[in-house]
Design a protein around this ligand. Structure first.
Ligand SMILES: Nc1nc2c(c(=O)[nH]1)N[C@H]1C(S)=C(S)[C@@H](COP(=O)(O)O)O[C@H]1N2
Ligand SMILES: [Mo]
Length: 411
């Protein structure tokens, strides 16, 4: 086994698989993961605040920026992670797998780190296409894995600190023959000097020996260049889903700026939500309630109240975001009608299920940009955009911008 693994390491060794490459990619990947973690926590707590948490309502595009960054950075991490795994691949064939308890824990933490990162990035990417081919709730699992990743990343960085500091700056002329010494050949023991094995191991040994020699033609620059181009392309060709300046080259992002009814994309249509009947019912009213005080408002009543125009984006957790012009009644004005100024508000939709209720925290309910929107881009709301009325608020995830309102109730 030892001979076989040494042979495998030897035949995988290449100039590109160098600790310096691992450190360069690792720095970028570590930064990317931390950006994803911070922006992800922000998105998580906006949707599930801990008691006592309050949030910024400005700049109005704050969530558009943080979540756009979250998804773009996550996408960038995919080629970076593949490049990093390519670089350190020979280390998989270390034998014995660990010599000490600390070494065993280190390898276990790496296994956990690699596995959870791959699952996190793959499910995250697939989620941006609204594809959920797994039996678990995406958000909770994504959140839990984020902690697993950050904890195992901290252990990983701690263990690798000597290598990281040694290769933080570029150093040439390393190794006995004046060349860079590749990953996996640290013990200076290549396969050819291994004793002959017998049986199955011997067969495998000869088989590996006959494989083409290490591809030294692939240099460190080539690998870093390829990873760089792949990373740049993945980001540039998808970030137009949230960055209008790059909308023209949005090849991979699932949503296009302005493509949809009233120049705004739609994830869930009224038909898919099962609300067509209730939303087009001429008897529709919006109920505004605080304790025993309540007001019942028809759409015409709402249109006779003072109207406010705002320009605010829909910024979906999936990464796409599009700015639009909205017109409607301030939520703060509606709250004042029932004496609920300054309170949080429970928002209810005509739709049943996961979107049935959301909560407007006091800071969002009080913000003058937060509306019960009746119009979008100069025309009455399209049925698919939440007709007869929807919530639009600054600096919030799209998932909280409830469509097809039925009531607002002070908390
Ligand atoms: N009632 C209801 N409101 C909803 C949704 C929904 O499915 N049902 N989708 C939310 C999500 S995830 C986003 S990003 C915004 C915009 O979604 P849309 O593209 O489906 O309009 O509306 C939000 N409001
Ligand atoms: Mo969304």
């Amino acid at each position: 086994m030892r001979a076989l693994f040494a042979l495998a390491r030897g035949s995988l060794a290449s100039a590109a698989r160098h600790p310096r490459t691992a450190v360069v990619l690792g720095r970028l990947l570590g930064t990317g993961f931390l950006v994803c973690f911070a922006t992800g926590l922000y998105s998580h707590f906006l949707q599930d605040p801990l008691p006592g948490m309050a949030f910024l309502t400005r700049p109005a595009s704050l969530y558009r920026i943080t979540q756009g960054l979250h998804v773009a950075t996550g996408i960038a991490c995919i080629p970076l992670l593949l490049g990093k795994l390519y670089t350190v691949f020979p280390l998989l064939f270390a034998w014995p797998p660990a010599r000490t308890v600390a070494g065993l824990l280190e390898r276990a933490s790496i296994a956990l780190f690699v596995a959870s990162s791959l699952v996190q990035l793959a499910t995250g990417l697939v989620n941006t296409y609204q594809w959920y081919p797994w039996p678990f709730p995406f958000r909770q699992v994504h959140y839990a894995l984020a902690w697993v990743i950050v904890a195992s990343l901290a252990i990983h960085i701690g263990v690798k600190l000597p290598i990281i500091t040694r290769w933080w700056r570029r150093r040439d002329s390393i190794g006995p023959d004046g060349r860079l010494r590749p990953v996996g050949t640290g013990e200076g023991r290549l396969g050819s000097r291994e004793p002959r094995a017998s049986g199955v191991t011997g067969v495998l040994q000869r088989w590996i020996e006959r494989a083409p020699a290490a591809p030294d033609a692939v240099s460190r620059r080539t690998v870093l260049g390829a990873v760089g181009v792949a990373t740049g392309a993945a980001v540039v060709l998808s970030v137009g889903q949230s960055l209008p300046a790059l909308a023209a080259v949005n090849v991979f992002g699932p949503r296009q700026q302005r493509l949809g009814p009233q120049a705004l994309p739609v994830n869930k249509t009224a038909r898919a939500a099962g609300v067509v009947g209730a939303a087009t019912d001429p008897g529709w009213v919006l109920t505004v309630r605080s304790g025993r005080r309540s007001r019942v408002l028809t759409r015409t009543d709402l249109l006779t109240l003072p109207q406010t125009r705002v320009t605010l984006p829909i910024a979906c957790v999936e990464g796409w975001s599009v700015s639009a012009d909205w017109r409607g009644v301030r939520v703060a004005d509606l709250a004042a009608l029932v004496g609920a100024t300054g309170r949080g508000i429970t928002v209810r939709s005509l739709q049943r299920g996961a979107y049935a209720t959301t909560i407007l925290e006091p800071e969002f309910a009080a913000d003058p940009l937060t509306l019960v929107a009746l119009e979008l881009n100069g025309a009455p709301l399209d049925l698919d955009h939440g007709y007869p009325a929807r919530i639009i608020a600054p600096a919030r995830p799209g998932v909280l911008q409830t469509k097809w309102l039925s009531s607002l109730e002070a908390r």
